[in-house]
Design a protein around this ligand. Structure first.
Ligand code: UD1
Length: 420
């Protein structure tokens, strides 16, 4: 298993280009099941999760070609309707095949994902939503087994705003008979991107970008050609890389509005941010002010940036509280940051951080994607050598992260690591 070896203490400076959004891509790829023929997804990032989704869709018969960030998806013949445990356990987003398969073929068998590294992540809302559209769903042997004739429109009110459940129901409803109303729908940009793809395929969706989506189902959809939105979490992570190292970083190919909560918090912490058309520049202050954040649904501060913010606050000049209102247990990075000298106390779903003057390098263990990012960020400012082990987690969601960091002046290299 590879590891990153980082010599910390270099202020980052320069410009990088932000890649396409992982979480948009993972929704768009299965959406291609809905329309027989060849769809194109431009600006697709080369990530391990994209490879995992590719192998899952190939087992179903989809023809897939990926080169130079152009993904070609041929769903003329789909003859497999199952997402096996071996795939779903690697990547929960595999559940996105449920909606398209049941809508186009009236059958789907999808493994239940189970928990993830930091705690439980239920899929009850996906199931309830698809049931409301007329599917019969049973659980058997750890699998969701769904059957249906033509789905029909329904009114669905989600008790909790869920990105995945909104996406799954929106895809299924696009081929249902009649109108579907989703209330308390997720408003994340990745859901808006999925709606854009479905509309390009011929679906009619009103209320895009709001929490009330109205979908007029079509009898059939046609393939489409779209450009994936930039990854706001990758962008936010690189802004923090600039901030934590006391540097000066410019991002290109970014949608600044998608980062408004992150930008506001960075400004509160003393960073200067200039926003242009498709670009963002950050200049770090001499000392970072402590700023509390609460991770919440969009447009709130993203839970996927919570760990990185915790790293930044670990060198701030005072006390900050980072609360996660979406995933109460998402704090596996905290004991590892403590190994680097951070002073953090966990209280229920909050990390209470007392900023320290300096972090010092150590060996630390990645536990999940965003935790890995937070450890790399801490390693960039820690004195001496930090080794971040098990970086396969980071390859799930950051395209060539070490190359981008090197181009900003970071001393980071990938090495074959020890086995555990
Ligand atoms: C997506 C993102 C993930 C991000 C998360 C929250 C993808 C591939 N992943 O995950 O990176 O951290 O949004 O922004 O896009 N919930 C239920 N029942 C359900 C589904 C969700 O109770 O059936 C709850 C969850 O436990 C959580 C909340 O809803 O508390 C939001 O989760 P959700 O938006 O569904 O996250 P994902 O789509 O899995």
């Amino acid at each position: 298993m590879d590891k990153f070896v980082i010599q910390g203490g270099r202020p980052l400076s320069g410009t990088i280009s932000v890649s396409g959004a992982k979480n948009a891509t993972l929704a768009l790829m299965p959406a291609a099941i809905l329309a027989p023929g060849i769809s194109f997804l431009r600006n697709t990032p080369a990530l391990r999760d994209v490879t995992t989704m590719t192998s899952l869709l190939r087992t179903m018969g989809m023809g897939i070609d990926f080169r130079d960030n152009l993904l070609t998806l041929d769903s003329t013949v789909i003859d497999g309707y199952e997402a096996p445990y071996e795939h779903v356990k690697k990547m929960r987003a595999s559940i996105y095949v449920l909606g398209p398969l049941i809508a186009r073929y009236g059958r789907a068998k999808v493994s239940l994902p189970g928990g993830c590294a930091w705690g439980p992540r239920p899929v009850n809302l996906h199931i309830e939503g698809i049931r409301k559209l007329g599917a019969e769903i049973e659980m058997e042997g750890g699998y969701i087994i769904a059957k249906a004739g033509r789905l029909h429109g329904a009114r669905i009110h989600f008790d909790v705003s869920s990105v995945g459940a909104t996406g799954n129901v929106m895809m299924a409803a696009s081929l249902a008979e009649g109108t579907t109303l989703i209330e308390n729908a997720a408003m994340e940009p990745e859901i808006t991107a999925l709606a854009g793809f479905l509309i390009a395929m011929g679906a009619r969706i009103d209320g895009v970008g709001t929490n009330r989506l109205e979908i007029q189902g079509a009898d059939e959809l046609h393939p489409a050609d779209v450009i994936t939105i930039p990854d706001r979490i990758e962008a936010g992570t690189f802004l923090i890389a600039g901030a934590i190292t006391g540097g000066n970083v410019t991002l290109e190919h970014v949608v600044p509005e998608h980062l408004s909560a992150i930008i506001a918090k960075l400004e509160d912490a003393g960073c200067t941010i200039r926003s242009g058309a498709g670009s963002l520049s950050l200049t770090a202050p001499p000392a970072m002010r402590p700023v509390d954040v609460t991770a919440a649904i969009y447009p709130g501060f993203p839970t996927d940036m919570q760990a990185q913010w915790t790293s930044l606050m670990s060198i701030a000049s005072g006390r900050a509280v980072v609360t996660d209102s979406i995933y109460f247990d998402r704090f596996k990075h905290v004991p590892e940051l403590t190994r680097l000298g951070a002073d953090i106390e966990l209280k229920k779903n909050a990390a209470v951080i007392r900023g320290v003057r300096r972090l010092t390098g150590a060996k630390v263990m990645s536990t999940d994607l965003r935790a890995s990012a937070s450890l790399i960020l801490a390693g960039l400012v820690a004195s001496g050598t930090t080794e971040v082990l098990r970086v396969y987690h980071i390859d799930r969601g950051y395209e060539a992260i070490e190359k981008k960091l090197q181009s900003l002046g970071a001393d980071i290299r990938r090495e074959a690591g020890e086995e555990f």
